[in-house]
Design a binder for this molecule. Structure first.
Ligand code: SF4
Length: 283
């Protein structure tokens, strides 16, 4: 029998450390695979599995045994996934950082953790979760039934895929990727289209580094205001993860002051908010 599966890095309960819902207890379901390669990416599993197809969910023959999902991140203060399979699962050879999970198993694990930890929301994150839009469509009804709010954390480029799940998600945390921060090509057109799909349920996060150009940051603010002034906009200074000279660094205080002024002048809600997990000592 063929079962819909997706490559999942981990499922765990923690505290949201970014954006509009910072501080809220959530269950995180992290998909492997991403269509981008940002210079500041802190998700090696996203890089380990490059999506070959535009839609990364697929049907696979399930065979062999069950394994816990290996995590590439520290395990402080969180509840690491222990898979209790209803059906046997196929082990992926490509990476120890993710495994194929069925909709039934993934939903059961999320709901179990949410109940145990009194979390009221599930965050679909990655990697890029929208590579798995078909899997998400199959997954969300179980979350709804369990009374969980569904948050989507996305790089904001796959607007066609977003259209297929937009009615299923309650909150969208959308990145605007600045080329001088990511080291990637610009995605202005994709971001504009993405934001226009559901601005009423979207907030923006843009990561800034010591390499970010203010002109690009300004363009991100203008792109947002061209669709709605009231979309909450979060400026997130990159977290320094290594002391090595070539490592990604946060921008200067002067840059951040200028960026805040610029955003506050055009948007009704603009905030500077670094990642909180490293400060709290949680994932
Ligand atoms: S979009 Fe996110 S997961 Fe993908 S490479 Fe960039 S930071 Fe990593």
């Amino acid at each position: 029998m063929k079962i819909l599966t997706a490559s999942i890095t981990e499922i765990f309960c923690s505290i949201q450390g970014e954006g509009l819902y910072c501080g809220q207890k959530q269950v995180f379901l992290r998909f492997a695979g991403c269509n981008l390669r940002c210079a500041y990416c802190d998700e090696p599993a996203a890089l380990a599995k490059r999506s070959q197809a535009p839609f990364g969910c697929h049907k696979s023959q399930v065979t062999s045994h069950k394994v816990p999902v290996a995590s590439h991140r520290s395990q402080t203060a969180r509840h690491k996934l222990q898979v209790t399979s209803h059906k046997p699962e196929k082990i992926r050879e490509e990476s120890p950082d993710y495994k194929e999970m069925s909709v039934v198993d993934a939903a059961a694990e999320v709901i179990k953790l949410a109940g145990k930890n009194r979390a009221g929301a599930v965050s679909l994150t990655g990697g890029e979760p929208l590579l798995n839009w078909g899997f998400i469509r199959a997954l969300v009804p179980a979350f709804r039934k369990a009374g969980l709010a569904v948050h989507l954390e996305t790089n904001g480029t796959l607007y066609r895929e977003f259209l297929k799940v937009k009615s299923l998600v309650d909150v969208v945390a959308m990145d605007i990727k600045l080329p001088s921060s990511t080291g990637q090509k610009p995605f202005w057109r994709e971001h504009g289209r993405f934001l226009s799909v559901a601005p009423e349920k979207t907030f923006i996060k843009t990561v800034v580094t010591s390499k970010t150009r203010l002109s690009e940051f300004k363009k991100a603010v203008e792109l947002t205001t061209s669709i709605s002034r009231s979309v909450p906009f979060f400026i997130q200074p990159a977290t320094r993860r290594s002391p090595s000279p070539g490592a990604v660094r946060p921008p200067s205080g002067i840059f951040l002051e200028k960026a805040c002024c610029l955003a506050a002048a055009k948007l009704s809600t603009a905030r500077l908010l670094p990642q909180q997990h490293p400060k709290w000592g949680v994932k």
